[in-house]
Structure formats: C-alpha cells, structure tokens
Design a protein around this ligand. Structure first.
Ligand code: PMP
Length: 393
C-alpha cells in the first residue's frame, strides 16, 4: 500500500509546530521550487537566506560532484589537511583582513557555540551581552542569548550572567558589566523583523568592548555572503568584529557554519585544554567545496541595493505599514499577524513562496536568491499586491 508522503511526514518526522505548511516539494531549480503536483513557486526566501544563487547552480553542482568523487568525510575537523577546507578558508579569510583564521562547523548555532566558548577562553570571563529579540540559534548556548521567554523559559536553566540590551540604545551600553566575555550582535536583527543597527550604536559597542577587554561577536548568519549588498554587512559599518560568525549561505546550499577570528585569539582553542572545540562533520569537504564555489559566484553584479529599492518602490499598499531591512533581507510589515498568515497562504496559491519571522509574525519575509531578476521582482510584488487587494473584498 502506498502511504502518502504527507502521512509519513506527520507520523515519522518530529513535529515542531502544530500547523506545518505541508507543501510537498519535488525539486528546485533556479529561482523556483516545484511541488509534487507540478506547480511552481517563485522562491522569495531562499530556504531562509541560504540559496543565494538559486537552486542547482551549475558551478555549485559541479564543485559538489568533483568533491564527491574525491572524498566525503574522512576525519574529524582539525587533523587531516583537506584541500576543500584549506582552499575555502584561504579564499574566505583573504577577504576579511585581521580575521585570518576559520573554524568550520556544521551549522550557525554550532558556530555561535564555538564563538562563545572562544570568547570565554580568550578573555577568562564568562558573561555575555546580547540584544533583545535576537535569534542566534537553538542549542543551549545561543538559546541563552534569547531574550524572548516564550521560547527559552521551558529550557531553563540556561547559561548564567546574560545581559540584554536594546538594539540602537546607546544608553544601554554605559552600565554593562566589565565581566563580559563577549557582546553578540546582528547588524540587521533579522527575526525581530529586519531592523538595521545604527552606525553610532555599533561603534559605541565596539569602543566599549575594546575598553573592557570584551570581544565583539558579529553574527552574520543571515546578513553574510552578499545578502545586504556587500560580502559581509560589517563592511558597511566600518567596524571589525573580534569574531565573525557565519552560516546559512556560507556552504552554497550545503550545511556549513564558521567562526572566524585573528590567529592569536583562535590559538587558545588548541591549548589547556587541547581540543577546545570538537566537531565530527564541521567543515565537511563537500560543503567547503560548494562554499568556495558560491564565494566565487559572489560579485557586486547582483545589484542587491537596486533590487532592494525596487521592492520598496513596488510594495506600497494601505495594509503595508513599513518595508524594513537592508539589501535583499527585507521585512514587509502588515497590519496584523493573521493578515500575514493569510497573505502567505494566498501567495502560495498564486505560485509565490514566502514566510514570516520568528519574533515578527506580522511581517512577510523577503530574502530571495540574490540572482532574482527584475521581472521576477515585478512578478513577486504583483502577487503580493494582488493578494492584499483581495483582502479588501
Ligand atoms: N544566527 C542567526 C542570526 C540566525 O538567523 C540563525 C538561523 N536562523 C542562526 C544563528 C542559527 O543557525 P542554524 O539554524 O544553522 O543553527
């Protein structure tokens, strides 16, 4: 007897929400996902800021295939010299100035974990400062940095001595405890609904960290790899983090995270105790090969800032309160959570795949492949406006 995939999904995959989308996807190509019924959906979210160059880009597929035929996993991170890792780390760090050393992980959460451990080890301090309404991952270190108690309360006790500050509130910085190992920030707070930080705020934090022997960790899981118009968002702020955290688009569609730091900071992970962070699959050779291919694809020619302007110009409607964010990381704030939910469902009917944000269920997520075309932007905005107009009826 053939059991429908939806039944298998509901019965045999762990469920994390009472109302999963349950859309069955057969394949994905270019900027489109294809459902099992053959229906195609324009991808406006790139698997949450992952597929920056669309699906099945030939350069990325070729890199994966080449590496698959050389080797897949052979040994835990940090022992064998594997050219897929060394070539990607070299290419990445060559764009990052003082951040010349890269620790590859499996995911963004693991990269945040590693960055937090590195900050504790390097400074000898243990407290952390994070921004309210920030998401840095779901394992217990990053979960400790989450101010939103709805999501964190059930898992307490978490890490002690975490202080929360409001994004862009310079007065919050003055009284931070000097026992802070690191301040962890995003430059565009994505899951809050794409709120960019001000340059003054980020510089004030940088100055405070420098004055207090505290490390500044910038989490570029969502903003990295070109999404806001430069390879990393920190370039637009003229500020250097002590540790940069990446994930999502880093692996070109394969699972990969990383934390990067100057060699003199990173070196503490190899002494007293040795093996300061251990990972079996972190820096998987196939993920590093596809990551390098994706980095090679990244150029400024994607015109991210121009595409941002186009979305902003087109998305004007009485139900739209604001379009916020930077580059192709945008939140379209609607007048209510329920409106947003309806709009997402109806967009699917019209062949547009979008989503909401963890702490902003009233906002539509716009994070398409950077290679989205002008015509496709017109098409996406046309569908959103059509759906919003139908809400009037
Ligand atoms: N940091 C940020 C800013 C994120 O958006 C995410 C994932 N949404 C993470 C960390 C965690 O990454 P992962 O899901 O790969 O563990």
């Amino acid at each position: 007897m053939h059991i429908p995939h939806r039944m298998q999904f509901l019965q045999h995959l762990a469920q994390t929400s009472p109302e999963p989308l349950l859309l069955e996807i057969e394949s994905a190509q270019g900027h489109y996902l294809y459902g099992s019924s053959g229906k195609k959906y324009l991808d406006l979210i790139s698997g949450i800021s992952v597929s920056s160059f669309g699906h099945q880009h030939p350069h990325i597929i070729q890199a994966a295939e080449k590496q698959l035929h050389r080797h897949m996993h052979i040994m835990v991170y940090g022992e064998l010299v594997q050219s897929a890792q060394t070539e990607f780390a070299t290419a990445l760090t060559s764009r990052l100035g003082a951040l010349d050393t890269c620790y590859f992980t499996n995911s963004g959460s693991e990269a945040i974990e590693g960055a937090m451990k590195l900050a504790k080890r390097y400074t000898g301090k243990h407290g952390f400062v994070a921004q309210t309404q920030a998401y840095h991952g779901s394992t217990q270190g990053p979960l400790s940095l989450m101010s939103n108690e709805y999501f964190s309360d059930a898992y307490k006790p978490l890490l002690p001595d975490i202080v929360f500050i409001e994004q862009n509130s310079i007065s919050d910085i003055e009284n931070l405890p000097s026992e802070t190992a690191a301040v962890v920030i995003e430059l565009v707070q994505a899951e809050k609904g794409c709120y960019p930080s001000t340059v003054e705020f980020v510089h004030a934090l940088r100055d405070w960290c420098t004055a207090n022997r505290t490390l500044l960790i910038i989490d570029e899981n969502q903003t990295g790899m070109g999404r806001t118009g430069t390879l990393f968002a920190f370039e637009q702020y003229e500020v250097m983090p002590d540790i940069l955290v990446c994930g999502k688009a880093l692996g070109g569609g394969m699972p990969l995270g990383a934390f990067l730091a100057p060699g003199h900071i990173m070196s503490v992970l190899s002494v007293q105790p040795v093996l300061g962070h251990i990972t079996t699959f972190g820096g998987h050779p196939v993920s590093c090969a596809t990551g390098l291919a994706a980095l090679e694809l990244y150029t400024h020619n994607y015109d991210v800032k121009h595409k941002e302007q186009l979305f902003r110009q087109r998305l004007v409607h009485p139900f739209i309160r604001e379009v916020r964010g930077s580059g192709l990381l945008l939140a379209v704030e609607l007048d209510s959570d329920s409106r947003c939910k309806n709009v997402i469902k109806k967009c699917l009917e019209y062949g547009l795949f979008t989503d909401w944000f963890l702490f902003a269920p009233q906002c539509l997520r716009i994070a398409p492949p950077l290679s989205i075309t002008i015509d496709e932007i017109e098409q996406a905005c046309g569908i959103i406006l059509r759906v919003l107009n139908e809400e009037f009826i």
